[in-house]
Design a protein around this ligand. Structure first.
Ligand SMILES: [Fe+2]
Length: 254
């Protein structure tokens, strides 16, 4: 759908985001829900949370605009309504998800993304125990990054707008941001996605290896193409703390 492709290869292990415009530039996209009808549940969960992350990151991106905001907000509402139903096999919900992921793709093609994606790109193939699948990585990191980004006033207000748009409870910006975080954690749980890297796929990412590579992975994540449009630009120390929070499921207080 977009000019970007997540490219994964297991041997040797690589995972990166490539601008494949020259290879895959197209005039027409076939958005046919029948293509996704036989998608396995795990893929449904992971790609659905990836699409949600696209829409949320596009909405709080520093280059979001009047043309991308409606696409992002509507995609968020559709995914919030229909991802779990699609996961449970509802065909109409799967059609809705197929359209929603396209809207989210149109939003982020112009508004770009943020550090959830920076972290997912650079942790994806960094560890010998196995791949952290792109959508699952985004799903695990999104709640942590929302908390981190919400120290930025504009980003907090935008997350609160999202929460209100999908009728989450809260009367202050902080309450609404926390409600959005809680809702995403609940969605992950209902889709059987781990809450942290330590628990991912039964613990395939070794704790010592994660800590040994932390500094290098954090530096790579800061240098990722998606970092530039994130509401806050993390320091090396902050990115390491974010990654540790994602590994051990720690709360974000910085
Ligand atoms: Fe993505």
């Amino acid at each position: 759908m977009t000019q970007w492709s997540a490219i994964s290869r297991t041997v040797p292990s690589i995972h990166s985001l490539k601008n494949t415009k020259k290879l895959s530039s197209k005039d027409v996209a076939i958005v046919d829900p029948e293509l996704a009808e036989t998608m396995p549940v795990k893929l449904t969960a992971n790609t659905g949370m990836d699409a949600l992350t696209h829409a949320i990151e596009a909405y709080v991106s520093t280059v979001a605009c009047d043309y991308t905001d409606p696409l992002a907000l509507h995609a968020i509402k559709m995914i919030h309504n229909d991802l779990k139903k699609s996961y449970d096999g509802d065909k109409d919900a799967r059609t809705s998800m197929h359209n929603a992921q396209c809207l989210a793709g149109m939003a982020f093609s112009n508004a770009l993304l943020g550090i959830v994606h920076s972290m997912a790109h650079k942790t994806g193939a960094a560890f010998s125990g196995g791949h952290i699948v792109h959508g699952a990585a985004n799903a695990m990191y999104l709640p942590k990054v929302i908390k981190y980004n919400s120290k930025d006033e504009r980003a907090a207000a935008r997350y609160a707008e999202i929460a209100k748009f999908i009728s989450l409870p809260g009367s202050t910006t902080e309450e609404l941001v926390d409600a959005l975080i809680a809702e995403i954690k609940e969605m992950n749980k209902s889709l059987n996605i781990s809450s942290c890297i330590k628990d991912y796929e039964g613990g395939i990412i070794d704790e010592k290896e994660f800590n040994d590579k932390l500094s290098e992975v954090a530096a790579n994540a800061i240098g990722d193409a998606c970092t530039g449009s994130n509401p806050r630009i993390p320091t090396q120390e902050e990115m390491e703390k974010l990654l540790l929070a994602c590994y051990y499921d720690k709360e974000i207080d910085f």
